[in-house]
Write a protein that binds this ligand. Structure first.
Ligand SMILES: Nc1ncnc2c1ncn2[C@@H]1O[C@H](COP(=O)(O)OP(=O)(O)OP(=O)(O)O)[C@@H](O)[C@H]1O
Length: 698
């Protein structure tokens, strides 16, 4: 019974399912027409322009959600529950029964007919949980589960049933349709996995919003997929709360964002901020790369205290009294009185920027007390006039200078004495010397800032004014955040929660913390729930075994994933003579292109332009990731700099000269581990230099 059925002449079941699909499509069209129709009616009734605009937008959004995408099937699964489990015989007590009693179809969104009868239930609805989690041991009221197969035009062509009433009858590991989905040739950007989310993934997707979740998972275990589906799930259940504050997914670089950009829209979610840490902080353009020593110090959490000290060294009482002239009278505040006001404000824990406003109020209050003591009548107007008095404003500017985050960091990193004062007892002289800006930049505008500088500027900005937070942030490849970047994200998370995804073995940033406990502390979420994903869906066993030889060196104690499949001929390693090297790489790419799906050629960043030129001359029409914005869609063969490979995958990978990838940076072996775990079907390693030592073993 576990055999997928795909008859040339569709059987009765397939014909019935196709009819249901057609009915669902028609119902969806009607739902959309209704939404669009209501808009016109409302336009006549509601006079208020603002309300009308809000309604119009809400309707446009709803209509967008209800568009029937021709290549995305409306449902992908079916559950037959025990009678009486889902639908009550009394229609008033629950949703009306479907035409087949306790049978529900599960899809990407809810579809109902004109009478309100559900034809497709949203995968995020509570009832759909059973589709992902029911087992013969815990059937959750389900008798049988059906999965569907579709052809490229979204025509329903196959189905596969799994009985949950007797143990051992279902297809192993989810069956042939799941296997087909996992092995499906990859091309272009990432797709959703909503039809085949696995129980351990589903548990994370549906975890409550209130708690921060941290997922450690080996390459290809579905972390990114879980993060994206979790966003869709949370928005479905907490839309009001989250749409006020917003939801963001933060990825490692723009190529990665391009890779994942279609997943949320396919799940009907179009209002999610998709960004990188660099773009999120965005105070200045990044034009410099730090030395490893500078990057390590700049990324360290001690810098937060250095910046805090520097900023808060600015307020100082003036040497002269403040004189406020009102009519013919003058009112004085002496330096020690102003000093008291400053001290009081400093100890209140206010943001630096609000301190300036508060100081003006305090000064006005002190002057008014004096005026009242002298018999003058004062009110709110007097208070505001004194607060805005030119002398008061000048005193505030002198005693509590306006601070600009970029100027502050510039001042600190170009003035060794100022830095020494702020860093005393925190940074060694060598560490201080390492972070001074190289060259002699003339001003903040002409300075060449690095990625690490952005986090320093952001810390300063956060001390001056607290930023608005998102309701939820999904942080992908979080293992690569420095403590200072983690603090920047924590500020953006405000009181909301986070989903932190990553793999310690793939850490390529030297300044990143060595474990999740440390990172979660910098993220301000030490209480986060830590979960582990260890079933690898991307990479075949032979390739994982090969790459995992690096693990004892790069991440001792961390286990390799258990690959869900083993494919014949998945791994090839070709050693060549230097004069044959380019030919061998070209041959490997040409061979990979004879198979199906995408091909990624991955090499050390500095080798890539040469290889790209060679493959172009050989007529293989490669695109170049990082240069060409549509590189992942524009060509079957994509040349990928090792530094941009993180998070991506290709059907076939040609990895060139591992020793050079490993030697290119401090954490080169970690980078190599990332590179070797990008393949869905085949990995071909081509090298002239000896492989790095750990890979030779075994
Ligand atoms: N339940 C699933 N059903 C089908 N495909 C899946 C499933 N889970 C993961 N995959 C596929 O496995 C591949 C790897 O998933 P994903 O990129 O989310 O892994 P990852 O853990 O983020 O990997 P990395 O650490 O390398 O970034 C993707 O093609 C994804 O679609």
């Amino acid at each position: 019974m576990a055999e997928p059925s795909a008859a040339p002449e569709p059987d009765v079941e397939i014909r019935a399912e196709r009819a249901h699909l057609a009915a669902a499509r028609a119902a969806l069209r009607d739902m959309r027409a209704n939404v669009l129709g209501t808009e016109t009616a409302l336009g006549d009734i509601v006079g208020d322009k603002y309300t009308n605009e809000v309604l119009r937008r809400a309707r446009a959004r709803r209509a967008e959600e209800l568009v029937d995408l021709p290549d995305v099937p409306l449902f992908f699964g079916r559950l037959d529950f025990e009678p009486g489990t889902v639908f009550d015989s009394d229609p008033a007590a629950g949703p009306p029964a479907g035409p087949d009693g306790d049978r529900v179809h599960i899809g990407r969104r809810h579809v109902h007919d004109a009478a309100g009868t559900p034809l497709v239930l949203d995968w995020r609805a509570p009832i759909s949980v059973a589709f992902y989690r029911a087992t013969p041991d815990d059937p959750m009221g389900v008798r049988s589960r059906r999965r569907y197969g579709f052809d490229a035009r979204a025509e329903l062509t196959a189905y596969e049933d799994e009985s949950l009433t007797s143990a051992g009858e279902g297809p192993a590991e989810g069956g042939a349709l799941l296997a087909a989905e996992i092995e499906r040739p990859r091309s272009g950007p990432m797709r959703d996995i909503v039809a085949t989310i696995q129980p351990e993934q589903d548990d994370l997707v549906r975890a409550p919003l209130e708690h921060t979740l941290c997922v450690q998972g080996a390459p290809g275990t579905g972390k990114t997929a879980v993060g994206l589906h979790r966003i869709a799930y949370l928005l479905y259940h907490q839309r009001k709360r989250l749409s006020r504050s917003g939801v963001a997914i933060i990825g490692p670089n723009r190529s990665f964002l391009a890779y994942i950009r279609n997943v949320l829209p396919a799940l009907g979610e179009v209002d999610v901020t998709q960004t990188t840490v660099e773009d999120l902080l965005g105070h200045a353009e990044v034009r410099a790369t730090d030395t490893p020593a500078a990057a390590r110090v700049k990324g360290d959490a001690r810098m937060a205290e250095v910046l805090r000290r520097d900023l808060w060294s600015l307020p100082a009482p003036p040497a002269e009294p403040l004189v406020v002239q009102r009519g013919s009278r003058r009112w004085r505040l002496y330096p020690d009185e102003l000093g008291h006001l400053l001290t009081e404000l400093r100890t209140r824990g206010v943001a630096y920027g609000s301190g300036r406003d508060l100081l003006a109020h305090r000064i006005a209050h002190a002057v008014l007390s004096r005026m009242e003591a002298a018999g003058e009548t004062c009110d709110d107007r007097t208070h505001n006039q004194v607060r805005r008095d030119r002398a008061v404003r000048a005193a505030v500017n002198a005693a509590w200078p306006k601070a600009d985050p970029v100027r502050l960091v510039f001042g600190l990193l170009t003035d060794p004495e100022r830095l020494a004062r702020a860093a005393e007892g925190l940074l060694t002289p060598d560490e201080q010397a390492a972070i001074l800006l190289p060259g002699r930049p003339r001003g903040p505008k002409s300075a060449r800032w690095s990625t690490a500088d952005l986090a320093l500027i952001d810390e300063a900005a956060g001390l001056i004014e607290r930023p608005a937070g998102f309701g939820h942030i999904v942080l992908d490849e979080a293992q690569d955040l420095t403590p200072m970047q983690a603090r920047a994200i924590a500020r953006r998370a405000g009181t909301g929660s986070l989903t932190v995804l990553g793999d310690i073995a793939q850490t390529t940033v030297s300044a990143a913390p060595a474990d999740w406990t440390a990172l979660l502390a910098h993220l301000g979420r030490p209480e986060a729930r830590l979960a582990v994903l260890d079933r690898g869906f991307r990479v075949p066993a032979q390739i994982i075994d090969f790459a995992a030889r690096l693990l004892p060196v790069i991440a001792p104690g961390l286990g390799a994933p258990t690959a869900v499949r083993r494919t014949a001929g998945a791994l090839r390693v070709t050693a060549t003579e230097p004069h044959r090297h380019l030919d061998a790489v070209t041959d490997a790419c040409a061979r990979a292109l004879r198979g199906q799906g995408s091909v990624g050629l991955i090499a050390a960043d500095s080798d890539l332009p040469g290889l790209h030129g060679e493959l172009t001359r050989a007529g293989l029409a490669p695109s170049l990731l990082g240069e060409d914005p549509d590189a992942l869609e524009g060509a079957r063969l994509v040349c990928v700099p090792a530094s941009l490979a993180k998070g991506l995958e290709f059907d076939a990978v040609v990895a060139v000269e591992p020793a050079r990838i490993a030697a290119a940076e401090e954490r080169g072996l970690h980078r190599l581990y990332v590179v070797l775990t990008r393949a869905v079907s085949t990995l071909h390693v081509v090298h002239t230099q000896p492989l790095p030592e750990p890979l030779r073993a075994g």
